[in-house]
Design a protein around this ligand. Structure first.
Ligand SMILES: Cc1cc2nc3c(=O)[nH]c(=O)nc-3n(C[C@H](O)[C@H](O)[C@H](O)COP(=O)(O)O)c2cc1C
Length: 220
């Protein structure tokens, strides 16, 4: 697979096979991703690889928190409080495409809620990665970590693995730090579901759209 194929073929995956991922494979992905660039080569990313009972415990506690009405206390604001256009429409279209693929009607709040809850168990992926940045660092280090995460997504594809980045899992950073015994000074960027994709699952068989180059580029 060349680099363009790896980029073009990646899609957020929300159904996985019940097949574990070898530790050596995850190490190989992180070994590749550590070559991502960062300002001053500071390499600010920190990663927790979570599987098995601890992964389940985090998911169970997040779902419990959600159901109790706890909206979480994310370490940073990921989404705008009010999206102006065109971002609002793009976000809406993306959500509708997901629910269409699953045959969930817009009015079916319960089914949408159940689908949303699957986030907290990484959509059944056997591995969840959590990415952290130290609180002493600034926004640039979060940019660096975004580059690192994208490199993980692409490197995973070399091993027939797929991923779903998950801001949903950053909503409850205290649960993650508590279960994993991570200091509160490590700020949670997002989670990442990692596993072998269920290619038959309808949820994995739609593609999101992108604006054409002309729409976001000015040439001088
Ligand atoms: C940082 C980040 C956080 C995301 N959080 C979630 C999430 O919590 N749940 C989810 O289902 N998808 C999440 N996504 C996936 C996006 O919805 C997806 O990337 C977007 O719709 C484009 O689709 P594609 O990844 O299939 O190309 C996230 C993506 C990124 C980059």
């Amino acid at each position: 697979m060349n680099i363009i194929e790896a980029i073009r073929g990646r899609a957020s995956t929300r159904a996985f096979l019940d097949r574990p991922v070898e530790r050596e494979t995850i190490e190989a992905i992180l070994e590749a991703a550590r070559w991502a660039p960062s300002g001053g080569n500071t390499q600010p990313w920190e990663v927790a690889v979570v599987t098995g009972d601890l992964k389940k415990e985090i998911g169970d506690r997040m779902v419990e928190a959600l159901r109790s009405g706890d909206k979480g206390n994310a370490d940073y604001q990921y989404y705008a409080h009010r999206f102006p256009e065109p971002f609002r429409t793009r976000r809406f279209t993306c959500g509708m495409a997901l629910y269409d693929a699953l045959g969930i009607a817009r009015s079916d709040k319960e089914a949408r809620g159940q689908q949303w809850e699957q986030n907290y168990h990484g959509f059944g992926a056997p591995v969840e990665l959590y990415f952290f940045v130290d609180e002493a660092l600034e926004m640039g280090s979060w940019v660096d970590t975004g580059m690192f995460i994208q490199t993980v997504l692409l490197a995973a594809r070399a091993y027939d693995l797929e991923t779903c980045p998950q801001a949903a899992l950053a909503e409850y950073p205290d649960i993650v730090r508590d279960v994993l015994n991570i200091p509160c000074g490590k700020k949670l960027v997002c989670g990442l579901a990692l596993g072998y994709p269920d290619r038959e699952a309808p949820v994995n068989n739609y593609r999101t759209e992108r604006a054409p180059v002309d729409e976001f580029t000015r040439w001088y």
